[in-house]
Design a protein around this ligand. Structure first.
Ligand SMILES: Cc1cc2nc3c(=O)[nH]c(=O)nc-3n(C[C@H](O)[C@H](O)[C@H](O)COP(=O)(O)OP(=O)(O)OC[C@H]3O[C@@H](n4cnc5c(N)ncnc54)[C@H](O)[C@@H]3O)c2cc1C
Length: 500
């Protein structure tokens, strides 16, 4: 972390928001506000990251747009402003720096391959033009460079990674390192003093600067998401903090051990979009869990809190693996998976995406995703296993479909989840196959989740819902199963055993 020793009152600076859409507990913004009096915020709507076909979903863009509106108000409240521009940051950031004559820029580091490439290019250009660049690790509790094995290698397996990660956090706390504190802001920010922004001739910049808020509203109209009332993730810093407080205070965290596996209940934090786009900090999540730990009354409650902390660590693990092995973004970690003879039947894929496979738990899950932009973790594992190991469809298709629909779509976690489900990733466990009927019986024993998302099955007995053995006369328009789980499992195992 650079040492910013002196206050530069007269100089102009920018803080560039990316995956940190908040003003509270934002390391880069806190440092910038305390060392620069004259500070303006920037966010860039980057078409490469907002590509609805590949990298994002309408639900995520809805979350993003609404979070930006709140962020813009917060900047105004603090005495400055947030500019929201649209275009390629590789061109826009250096151009903006030149046009408004700034001498320093601050941002928090991103770990994804495209973002790293983008930032390196921008950094070089800025430094060439004598603009100082200050970067910080805010997206993760522990900087990946501090989580290495004794041989100075990155971890490939979650268990040892988790132990080292915890160790680093406790070390930072005991050495009085300010890592886990809440990063506050300087009370007042000052906008680009004496700079007449309206004189800027660049048409895109000029439009965005002179129509504050309008570019976000336009973006929200273009990305109209119809499922906002069904989506459990609520946009904006304020809502995310409220959601975390409620998860901690309502007792959900202390019953997480069991609650996290019941998709019909709100037994998890539902903070994934907030953590992915940074409307809440990962330190706030950790600190919330620590408060719960100090109040836990028995072993079950303590175990529940620890299990939740382990989920926060999964998020950090997948981001660590992506930064250390960026090739994961392109395909399987275990190379033999490149040779798997996928059957890739388009009609089956469409049945899967539309929740019309004839297997109730699969269809309920896929419809939850389609309508609400979110899917319960247990269900993500069930549908991913089904796509790969029953339908024999390349997991990359599933990965892309998730990104195009999830409100919390996140390259590292999504890729990690899919590689784990396909057994193509770093997970040392042998082949894992989920039986959708057994999963339904165990985790939705009364069929509440299935009936909610597949209402045409409301009248079916719970036993038949869970076994999937529904008489044709009772199905009406609901399809019969497109595959037989037992047969497909045998075919999959055979194909897999022939892989070299
Ligand atoms: C196939 C597949 C795809 C997935 N895609 C994504 C994705 O695009 N974005 C995403 O954030 N998560 C993804 N996950 C992980 C997980 O399903 C979600 O993070 C979780 O369901 C979010 O709900 P929650 O916020 O209530 O989580 P909680 O159970 O409350 O957990 C707290 C936080 O820990 C993190 N977390 C929890 N479980 C995992 C996990 N298995 N891997 C990584 N981080 C985790 C999330 O940030 C989450 O918000 C995927 C899992 C699978 C199996």
């Amino acid at each position: 972390m650079p040492n910013i020793e002196y206050l530069m009152n007269g100089s102009r600076s920018i803080f560039w928001h990316r995956r940190d859409l908040r003003i509270n507990d934002n390391i880069g913004l806190s440092k910038a506000s305390k060392s620069r009096k004259n500070l303006t915020g920037v966010y860039i709507l980057d078409p490469k990251l907002l590509d609805l076909e590949l990298t994002t979903s309408k639900s995520k863009n809805w979350f993003l747009g609404n979070s930006l509106l709140e962020l813009q108000n917060n900047w105004k409240r603090l005495g400055s402003r947030l500019l929201v521009l649209k275009g390629d940051p590789i061109n826009l950031i250096p151009r903006l720096a030149e046009l408004i004559n700034i001498n320093s820029i601050f941002w928090n580091v991103n770990i994804e391959p495209y973002e790293q490439y983008r930032d390196n290019k921008i950094k070089k250009e800025l430094i060439k033009n004598n603009t100082q660049v200050y970067t910080f690790m805010d997206q993760l509790i522990i900087d990946p460079s501090n989580i290495r094995t004794n041989n100075n290698e990155p971890y490939r397996v979650y268990g040892p990674f988790y132990r080292k990660w915890l160790d680093q956090i406790y070390q930072a706390k005991s050495s009085n390192d300010n890592l886990m504190k809440c990063f506050t802001l300087s009370n007042k920010l000052v906008d680009l003093k004496d700079t007449d922004l309206s004189s800027i001739k660049d048409s895109n910049l000029n439009y965005c600067i002179n129509n504050p808020g309008e570019s976000i509203n336009k973006f929200l109209i273009e990305n109209k998401f119809r499922g906002e009332h069904l989506c459990p993730c609520k946009p904006g810093e304020h809502a995310s903090q409220r959601q975390l407080n409620s998860f901690i205070n309502s007792g959900t965290i202390i019953s997480y051990e069991k609650g996290r596996d019941i998709p019909s209940e709100s037994g998890t934090s539902e903070l994934s979009a907030a953590l992915s786009l940074g409307t809440i900090s990962c330190r706030a999540a950790w600190n919330g869990a620590q408060i719960s730990r100090s109040l836990a009354r028995n072993k079950y409650q303590l175990d529940s809190i620890n299990t939740w902390i382990k989920e926060l660590a999964w998020r950090e693990f997948y981001q660590n693996t992506l930064i250390n092995f960026p090739e994961l973004a392109k395909g399987p970690y275990k190379k033999k998976w490149f040779n798997f003879p996928w059957q890739n039947r388009l009609d089956w894929y469409e049945n899967w995406t539309n929740g019309l496979t004839g297997i109730p738990i699969i269809d309920a899950s896929m419809r939850q995703l389609k309508h609400s932009g979110w899917m319960h973790n247990r269900c993500r594992m069930i549908v991913a296993s089904f796509l790969v190991k029953d339908l024999l469809i390349d997991w990359k298709w599933g990965e892309t479909y998730f990104m195009k629909n999830l409100v919390d779509g996140d390259l590292a976690s999504n890729n990690g989840g899919w590689q784990w489900s396909a057994s193509s990733g770093m997970d040392p466990k042998p082949m894992r196959i989920f039986n959708p009927f057994r999963q339904a019986s165990k985790f939705d024993p009364n069929g509440i989740y299935i009936r909610k998302w597949v209402p045409e099955l409301e009248h079916i007995s719970t036993t038949d819902l869970l076994s999937g053995e529904i008489a044709p006369s009772e199905r009406k328009y609901y399809p019969s199963p497109i595959v037989n789980h037992k047969n497909q499992q045998a075919i999959f195992k055979e194909l897999y055993s022939n892989l070299i």
